[in-house]
Design a protein. Structure first.
Ligand SMILES: *[C@@H]1O[C@H](CO)[C@@H](O)[C@H](O)[C@H]1NC(C)=O
Ligand SMILES: *[C@@H]1O[C@H](CO)[C@@H](O)[C@H](O)[C@H]1NC(C)=O
Ligand SMILES: *[C@@H]1O[C@H](CO)[C@@H](O)[C@H](O)[C@H]1NC(C)=O
Ligand SMILES: *[C@@H]1O[C@H](CO)[C@@H](O)[C@H](O)[C@H]1NC(C)=O
Ligand SMILES: *[C@@H]1O[C@H](CO)[C@@H](O)[C@H](O)[C@H]1NC(C)=O
Ligand SMILES: *[C@@H]1O[C@H](CO)[C@@H](O)[C@H](O)[C@H]1NC(C)=O
Ligand SMILES: *[C@@H]1O[C@H](CO)[C@@H](O)[C@H](O)[C@H]1NC(C)=O
Ligand SMILES: *[C@@H]1O[C@H](CO)[C@@H](O)[C@H](O)[C@H]1NC(C)=O
Ligand SMILES: *[C@@H]1O[C@H](CO)[C@@H](O)[C@H](O)[C@H]1NC(C)=O
Ligand SMILES: *[C@@H]1O[C@H](CO)[C@@H](O)[C@H](O)[C@H]1NC(C)=O
Ligand SMILES: *[C@@H]1O[C@H](CO)[C@@H](O)[C@H](O)[C@H]1NC(C)=O
Ligand SMILES: *[C@@H]1O[C@H](CO)[C@@H](O)[C@H](O)[C@H]1NC(C)=O
Length: 433
């Protein structure tokens, strides 16, 4: 019973926050209808953003509903004055040339430490940064300071479209431990979690690395190996399948409230207890936060024998089992023209009327200022609305699904002025509601 807390991968948490009542849900037995063909990572059907990122082809209308995802690219990101290079995940249409990272939540520059702050103001669900590109084996190395205090979780997650997952998770009440975990196709296994000892993750920058290879995964902190998982240890003799994370995955870095009262009791206990929304951080600096300094990504070759008919994207080409063998590298459209589109949209037929909207997200992300104020997001919103063929109700549902707060009223960040004068206010997601 108590062990149910391990259910709590980052994604499971987000699912539990989903509120919308008239949404169409999708899961292993109930796939999405053709009209809303894409199953988002929150288990809700839709078009547009639902078909990008963590769209799950296994639960969608068909494997062609989700757009293929962009292939890995070696990169090194120093998050110094970086907030203006981030693209809002809600306006991102899939052009990975425009941005290496998307965000939901609250970000701001922290020039004193040449870093980006990922914040979690009072009563919000925090912040998630995601790479726009996927990795199909590779290594990442991320330098950050975690958050702290009861109920506050900091996480680095490698996450695939079919819920393969390799994690670091940091519980705010145990700053000397990095918890590691992995999932295969979202399947719970109580024995997959293991701890690595480290030193005060809140006060010190540490470098967290995952070296994800076909036959093993290695977790290292500051260059010291803390855990090795061999693929051969994950073999299930009954099914003849390795329950090993093996499909293209993107990196997500997040701060979220595992101790919020909306969470299950098991999660709250795992998170170190109930979160105190009146803790000192909430008045000064005005939010819980983690500090992200640098991320390096090195790509490895795809598995031998992978079907290659192109170079630009990873795509599931068989719904047989959603394993490594079912992925091919192809050249295919990865960019939406409208938020009403999906991978099933026939762009060869009369789409000229909507093509002008393809630049929407670029418009909102190309401002030279890193002050992502309310008004700039209002502008983004009206642009999306005018260029989109979906109705407001559908869009609102999407934002509710992934919203940063259980009770979005918007503007939360505008009060976050304090002695961290070097910070520049990031942006607001809740503008939409
Ligand atoms: C899948 O979703 C359908 C429709 O919402 C629901 O009735 C069913 O119980 C779900 N199945 C599982 C295994 O969650
Ligand atoms: C994607 O973005 C890049 C960089 O802004 C741009 O040059 C390119 O035309 C865009 N591609 C599409 C299909 O919109
Ligand atoms: C936060 O939530 C609590 C409990 O639901 C509520 O009383 C409080 O007004 C909320 N505060 C803000 C700033 O939304
Ligand atoms: C990223 O790569 C650069 C260049 O090799 C190196 O100086 C830096 O220490 C690396 N950072 C991390 C977090 O691995
Ligand atoms: C859980 O994973 C371990 C290896 O991490 C494996 O030995 C065990 O058989 C798995 N159990 C189930 C029920 O999948
Ligand atoms: C990891 O450490 C936490 C305490 O921070 C503990 O509750 C948990 O049981 C440990 N997990 C494992 C697998 O040892
Ligand atoms: C798995 O492979 C590793 C490396 O080849 C080897 O050392 C280990 O004994 C193997 N474990 C099992 C359970 O076969
Ligand atoms: C193997 O897979 C079957 C079918 O999914 C599952 O019921 C069983 O628990 C797994 N066993 C182990 C040891 O992983
Ligand atoms: C390879 O991709 C091209 C388009 O890029 C397509 O026309 C062709 O049918 C594909 N071939 C195979 C074997 O899938
Ligand atoms: C896409 O549109 C073109 C032009 O209208 C049409 O010829 C073609 O059959 C359509 N393809 C599909 C798969 O609907
Ligand atoms: C959200 O806030 C409004 C007013 O700020 C309040 O009336 C409503 O009950 C809140 N809803 C939830 C779910 O907390
Ligand atoms: C951001 O811009 C708005 C309007 O352009 C201005 O009122 C506000 O003071 C600016 N905020 C910061 C932190 O620079």
């Amino acid at each position: 019973m108590k062990l149910s807390l391990f259910l709590l991968s980052f994604v499971a948490l987000i699912q539990s926050l989903t509120i919308a009542s008239d949404s169409i849900y999708c899961n292993t037995t109930a796939h999405c209808p053709e009209s809303m063909p894409c199953c988002s990572f929150t288990g809700v059907c839709g078009t547009g953003e639902y078909c990008l990122g963590s769209c799950n082809p296994a639960y969608s209308y068909s494997i062609d509903a989700c757009l293929p995802v962009p292939v890995c690219k070696d990169m090194s990101t120093l998050f110094n004055k970086y907030s203006d290079k981030l693209v809002n995940a809600y306006s991102y249409l899939g052009n990975a040339s425009e941005a290496d990272w998307t965000y939901t939540g609250y970000v701001m520059d922290y020039e004193d430490e040449e870093s980006l702050v990922l914040a979690m103001p009072k009563n919000t669900t925090g912040t998630v940064l995601s790479t726009t590109r996927y990795m199909w084996y590779g290594k990442y190395s991320i330098r950050l300071k975690t958050s702290h205090l009861a109920g506050v979780i900091t996480a680095i997650v490698l996450y695939s479209q079919v819920e393969d997952e390799i994690d670091y998770e940091f519980v705010g009440t145990d700053l000397d431990t990095a918890q590691t975990n992995f999932y295969w196709q979202g399947t719970l296994n109580y024995s997959n979690s293991a701890n690595i000892s480290t030193t005060d993750t809140f006060s010190n920058f540490h470098t967290y690395e995952i070296d994800w290879q076909e036959d093993k995964t290695v977790w290292s902190i500051d260059g010291v190996v803390g855990r090795t998982l061999y693929k051969n240890e994950t073999y299930n003799a009954t099914t003849g399948v390795y329950r090993y994370p093996q499909t293209p995955s993107r990196i997500q870095i997040s701060i979220w409230p595992g101790g919020d009262s909306s969470q299950g009791q098991g999660t709250i206990e795992w998170a170190g207890g109930a979160i105190d929304w009146d803790a000192e951080d909430i008045s000064d600096p005005g939010y819980y936060y983690m500090i992200l300094n640098e991320a390096n990504i090195t790509c490895y070759d795809p598995p031998k024998g992978t079907t290659k008919n192109g170079t630009s994207s990873y795509k599931f080409v068989s719904s047989d089992s959603f394993l490594e063998k079912d992925v091919a590298i192809v050249d295919a459209n990865m960019i939406l023209k409208n938020l009403g589109d999906s991978g099933l949209t026939n762009y060869t037929s009369s789409s000229s009327s909507s093509s002008s909207s393809a630049k929407t997200s670029k418009t909102t992300s190309s401002k030279s200022s890193n002050n992502k104020s309310d008004s700039s997001f209002s502008t983004a919103e009206s642009q999306i609305t005018s260029s989109s063929s979906i109705n407001a109700e559908q869009k609102t549902k999407f934002f509710q699904d992934l919203s940063t707060t259980a009770n979005s009223t918007g503007g939360a960040v505008s009060v976050l002025t304090n002695n961290w004068v070097s910070m520049v206010i990031g942006f607001i997601v809740t503008y939409i509601l």
